[in-house]
Design a binder for this molecule. Sequence first.
Ligand code: BT5
Length: 270
Amino acid sequence: MIMNKTDLLDVDVIEADIGTKLVGTRVLVYKSTASTNDIAWEYAANKANSGLAVFAESQSAGRGRHGNKWLSAPGQSVLLSILLKNFSCPAELITLAAAVATAKAISKVAALDRAAARIKWPNDIMLNGKKVAGILLESKVSSAGTDYVIGIGINCRQPKEFFDETNLQMPATSIDMESGKVTARNLLARELLICLDEWIVAAKDAPDTIIESWQQLSCQLGSRLTVQCDQQLFSGNCIGIDPTKGLIMQLDSGTVRMFDAAHTTVVKDE
Ligand code: BT5
């Protein structure tokens, strides 16, 4: 892919009059790095850096959950990490807030005629049933409180061939593939910061609004699922989400049980 200068992420465009309160207090764009999450953690020593947003055009060691890899090629994604210092909010709720924000930002910026972005619990964003973005929340606890780094990877400009050559856990796509248009990455990066700011503030002040939005955006609510938790399989209907305890399922046995994101993987959606 040939890229000209206007295709590149530009700090001035992303942060111009952005007006966010918590997120994007300072914006950095790296040409390449191992992982934007690592860069955000390097800034964690100073509490003045809370809200820092780190973007990169390319990552050599992008990571997902449980040691998974996050794949990207230079200039094709939005790769972002946000540092939140001493942030008193449950991790489950921050992941939900980041998922709602990412889905809303994609739907707002992408020229999509059909189904807008949906959330697949706990951390996948889907377009037309295929994964377009993923979220990785990392935390460090100290005597001063809990610091978080929220990592978000969004596939924007990838052609179909990018995914043909990979062996991914679930079908994947890019915004360009679904819209048939060229995604304006600077606009998406900016909108992502605005949406994250709104929903991270809500995670603290109005968690109910996050649950409500998750319900509207979920592609699993009301569906039959099989999940694996601590080496055991459980099947049933997804009946909701709990802000701190995770996915709520009515199991085939009739029991209602919650599954937390740290120990649970959805192995089958029907
Ligand atoms: C995630 O993990 O989906 C979280 C991904 C977070 C990536 C961002 S990029 C900026 C920041 N810096 C980082 O180093 N990471 C964050 P998980 O649920 O574990 O899903 C990972 C799985 O998704 C992999 O094992 C693959 O099967 C699949 N995968 C990898 N790259 C993909 C891509 N580009 N699009 C769709 N699926 C992908």
